[in-house]
Design a protein around this ligand. Structure first.
Ligand SMILES: NC(=O)c1ccc[n+]([C@@H]2O[C@H](COP(=O)([O-])OP(=O)(O)OC[C@H]3O[C@@H](n4cnc5c(N)ncnc54)[C@H](O)[C@@H]3O)[C@@H](O)[C@H]2O)c1
Ligand SMILES: [Zn+2]
Ligand SMILES: [Zn+2]
Length: 378
């Protein structure tokens, strides 16, 4: 008697499809292909909305497209050659993968995999094709994750197996923004005890930098945001002083220089505005001031800064995903959350049903949320 191996088939399921820039998503039926070699298909359990989804949806030209990149799920099937995952494994998706063999992956100085790096064309890394379609026509991916779908296919290097006791409806936040902020504070800046930190933009990314700075024993954590509602919210995450640039007649970098006796030790840009990168550089001190930029700009990607800022000793550093190597570092970060070493649940301001996904976009655009977690149908 021959034993037959179950071959994954095409799945028809619901996905939130974006048909044009800034147009509300439409929840409709899509076909999801079986995973190809080295890929896995995931049943998405929860996905939270990150600002980067909104920026790409508003400004990029690849449509129809399924956005979403901050997600947790359960492996539904595995493609040929996959040995690391089994059906039923709990996973987080990641927007930059880790192949473990390229020059960048082998270096302990980088998390920017050359093979599974940030995917910008809306296709899979391996064959430049999509795994989604509607009536035979391709529907494009986002960051090779596309979690605004009941099922999605990702490269096995772009998913991380995590403890099955960790709550998937919470740890989805660690799949992008929260880890990016914590890592910027710990890995990229390596904030030292007693230092002064200034953070531009108090969303989930900026407030994660704040809690990272607090854990490191920073003595002053100055939060800057144009939304006055962030003042009260930010305290819970470690922000000790709040500045609204609109409340002052003088430029915010001057206020910061004045109240910090010449500038902060570290500054962080967590907005996505290249003009604010310059402001962040101007807000840190001569000699050793370090500006870390995390934001993904909506408009012009060029940064302008007077070279004197560098001659006098400042450094500007960028980072994706807080410098964490996803496969190497994310499982232990999840375990540290389980030991309550840092907050995650407190960033979840809204829980929404999948069919209400456009509400998550509205809440973020209106500045009314930190993270909205979208719960996929059971
Ligand atoms: N580098 C990475 O790995 C990474 C990961 C996740 C997100 N991001 C990027 O980080 C940025 C923040 O993401 P988020 O999800 O926290 O976004 P968010 O929208 O929740 O937070 C941004 C905050 O910036 C404030 N803001 C906007 N303009 C401002 C201004 N001119 N001055 C002061 N404050 C201002 C807003 O009021 C808001 O509180 C985005 O650009 C996002 O794309 C980067
Ligand atoms: Zn993100
Ligand atoms: Zn690599």
């Amino acid at each position: 008697m021959s034993t037959s191996i179950k071959q994954p088939q095409v799945i028809t399921c619901k996905a939130a499809v974006a048909w044009g820039a800034g147009q509300p998503l439409v929840v409709e039926e899509v076909e999801v292909n079986p995973p190809q070699p080295e890929e896995i298909r995931i049943k998405v359990v929860c996905t939270s909305l990150c600002r980067s989804d909104i920026t790409a949806w508003e400004t990029q030209a690849i449509f129809p497209r399924i956005f979403g990149h901050e997600a947790s799920g359960i492996v539904e099937s595995v493609g040929p050659g996959v040995t690391e995952f089994n059906e039923g494994d709990h996973v987080l998706t990641v927007f930059i993968g880790e192949c473990k063999t390229c020059r960048q992956c082998k270096s302990d100085k980088s998390n920017t995999c050359e093979v599974l790096g940030l995917e910008r064309r809306g296709v899979m890394h391996s064959d430049q094709q999509t795994r989604f379609s509607i009536k035979g026509k391709p529907v494009y991916h986002y960051c090779a994750v596309s979690s605004f779908s009941e099922y999605t296919v990702v490269h096995s290097g772009c998913a991380v197996k995590v403890s099955s006791i960790a709550p998937l409806e919470k740890i989805c936040l660690l799949s992008c923004g929260l880890s990016a902020g914590l890592g910027a504070a710990w890995n990229v800046a390596d904030i030292s005890k007693g230092s002064t930190v200034v953070i531009f933009g108090l969303g989930t990314v900026g407030l994660s930098v704040a809690q990272g700075a607090k854990v490191r024993g920073a003595s002053r954590i100055i939060g800057v945001d144009t939304n006055p509602e962030k003042c009260e919210k930010a305290k819970a995450f470690g922000v000790t002083e709040f500045l609204n640039p609109n409340d002052n007649n003088e430029p915010v970098q001057q206020v910061i220089k004045r109240i910090t006796d010449g500038g902060a030790d570290y500054s962080f840009e967590c907005i996505g505005d290249t003009g604010m990168i310059t402001t962040a550089l101007q807000s840190c001190c001569d000699g050793w001031g370090l500006a870390v930029t995390l934001g993904v700009p909506k408009l012009k990607p060029e940064v302008a800064a007077h070279y004197g800022l560098f001659l006098s000793g400042r450094t500007l550093k960028g980072s994706l995903f807080g410098g964490w190597k996803p496969k190497t570092d994310l499982p232990s970060l999840v375990n540290r959350y389980l030991k309550k070493e840092f907050m995650v649940d407190e960033f979840i301001t809204h829980n929404l049903l999948f069919e209400d996904i456009n509400q998550a976009f509205n809440l973020m655009k209106e500045g009314k949320c930190l993270r909205s977690v979208i719960h996929m149908p059971k």
